[in-house]
Design a protein around this ligand. Sequence first.
Ligand code: FAD
Ligand code: DLZ
Ligand code: SF4
Length: 512
Amino acid sequence: MSVLRLVLGDQLSDDLSALKDLNPDVDTVLMAEVSDEATYVRHHKQKLALVFAAMRNHAERLKGRGVNVRYIRIDDADNSGSITGELARALDNGAHEAVVMTECGEWRLAEHLAAFAEGAELPVEIREDRRFISSHDRFRRWASGKSQLRMEFFYREMRRATGILMDGDQPEGGCWNYDAENRKKLAKSVTPPDRLRIPPNPVAREAMADVERLFGDHFGSLDGFGWATTAEEAEASLKHFLKDVLPSFGDWQDAMAEGQPWMWHGLISTSINLGLLDPLDVCKRAEAVYRAGKAPLNAVEGFIRQILGWREFVRGIYWLKVPEYRARNFLDADRKLPWFYWSGETDMACVADVVKTTRDNAYAHHIQRLMVTGNLALLLGVHPDQVDDWYMCVYADAYEWVEMPNTRGMALFADGGIVGSKPYAASGAYIDRMSDYCGACRYDVKSKSGDAACPFNRLYWGFLERNRGRLRDNVRLAMPYRTLEKFGEAKRKALAAEAEACRTLLGATPID
Ligand code: FAD
Ligand code: DLZ
Ligand code: SF4
C-alpha cells in the first residue's frame, strides 16, 4: 500500500511518528512551503529563513536515505498556498491509498487538518507527536481534579517519571529547585562567553535570499542569521553549550546586560522546536555533565527545569485549554501596543536594547521577554491579542503552543492564573537590580512620578489600582495591596492619573 506521509515545517525529526513504518519503495513524504504558514502572522525574516532552510535540508537528508520526497517550494508555480491544498494536489493522481501525519503543534492548523481528514475519501491517520517528554494523556491525568495547576509540581512528577536528577526517590542534592541561587546580577568584572553562532550553509543562504525577495517587508534583519538548520549543526551548538556555557547558566540566568543578547542561555529553542534536537536527550546530556562533575547542580537543575518543567508544562496547558485560552483577557486589557515595540525608538534603555536584539537576532532571552517587553505590556494594559501577535512575529522559536501560555499566561496574566499564580508586574527597581540598563537611561529609575521618572515606576501602582477588583484577593499580592490601601484614596487617584498619563505618553492608547 502506498502511503502519503506529511511532514510539517517543525516536524524535522528522524524518529517522527508519521515516518515510523515508512516503506521507501512505495511511500512518499510530502513537505510543502506554503504562504498560509508563512503569513498567518508576519514572522520575523530569520524565522522564515530558518524554517525553509531546515525543511530543505531535512528533505535532502530523507532523499539521501532513499526516501521519495515530494518537496514544494514557496515560489513553485502551482503552489496552492496551504498545507491542505498541497495534500489534495499530492493525492490528485490517485497513487496513494492512505495518508499518515503526526499531530500538528498549533490548534489553528490542527483544525484545518482535522477537517481535511474528515472530508477525505481515503483513510487519514493522525498520530501522536512523541517528541515531547510528557504525552497529552499523562498531562491530562496529572491535571485532572486539581484546582490549581502549578509547574513546580508537574516538574517533580516529570523528574520522578524520567529519573532525571533523582537520587532514588529523592531529588538530587535534597531540593527540587535551586532557583534561589540563580538570581545574581552580572558583576562588572564578568563577561559572557563567546558564543558559537552557525554561519549559514548554502541551503540557508538560498532560503535567506528567497525570504528577502518574497517577504522583504517582514520585521527584522537577516544579517545576523546564526541558527542551526540541520541536525548536525544543532548538535554542534548543543555540545558547545554543554561544555562551555552550562556551568554558569544558573548563576546569571536572570541577569541582563546592554549589548549582551546571549548571556549564558542555551540558544537551542529554535532547534528543539523544529525537531533538530530531542528535549529528553538534551536533559539527559545536561545531567551527564553534572554527574561528571563538570557543572554545578544549581546550573544543571535550572536548565533542565526549563525543558522538563516549563516547556512540557506550557504545552500541556495549551492543549488542555485551547481554543478557549486564545480569547482569555482576565484583566480586560484594552490598549494598543506602542509602535516602539517594532521600531525600537524609545528612550527606555531596557526596551530599546531588547527590541534591538529582537530585530537583529529574532531572539531575546527569557528575562528580557518576561520582565522588559512582557512586564511593560502588562503594566500598560495592552490587549493580549496584540501582544501575542508581537511575540509570534518577532522570535525565531515562536509557535503558538509555547508562545501563547508564556505571553497570555505568564507575562500578561490574561489567563487569570492558570500558568502563574500572580502577575509578574514589577517596577523599574527589578530591572535595575538585574541589569546595567538604568545607568545609561534618560529616565530616572529612582524617581516615581513626572516626565523624568522611569515609566515602569509611573505605571506600577496605577496598574495595581486599575486592577484592584480583579487582583486584590490574590494572596501573593497581599503586601503591595496593603501598601496601596495605606496610601489613602487621594494618593491612589494621583497614582492612577500618573499611570494614565504615562500610558498616553508611550502610545498605549485605547483600541479604536
Ligand atoms: P534557555 O534559557 O537556555 O532555556 C533552555 C530551554 O528551555 C529553551 O531552549 C526552551 O526550550 C526551554 N524553555 C525555557 N523557558 C521556557 C518557557 N518559559 N517555556 C517553554 N520552554 C522554555 N519559548 C519558545 O520556545 N517559543 C516561544 O514562542 C516563546 N515565547 C515566549 C514568550 C514570552 C512572553 C516569554 C516570557 C517566554 C517565551 N518563551 C518562548 C520561553 C523562553 O523565553 C524561550 O524558550 C527561551 O528564551 C529560548 O532561548 P534559549 O534556548 O536560549 O533558552
Ligand atoms: C512556521 C512555519 C512556516 C513559517 N512555514 C511553514 C511551511 O511553509 N510549511 C510547513 O509545513 N510548516 C511551516 N511552518 C511550521 C508550521 O506553521 C507548524 O507546523 C505549525 O504551526 C504547527 O506548529
Ligand atoms: Fe528601563 Fe526604567 Fe531602567 Fe530606563 S530607568 S532602563 S526605563 S527600568
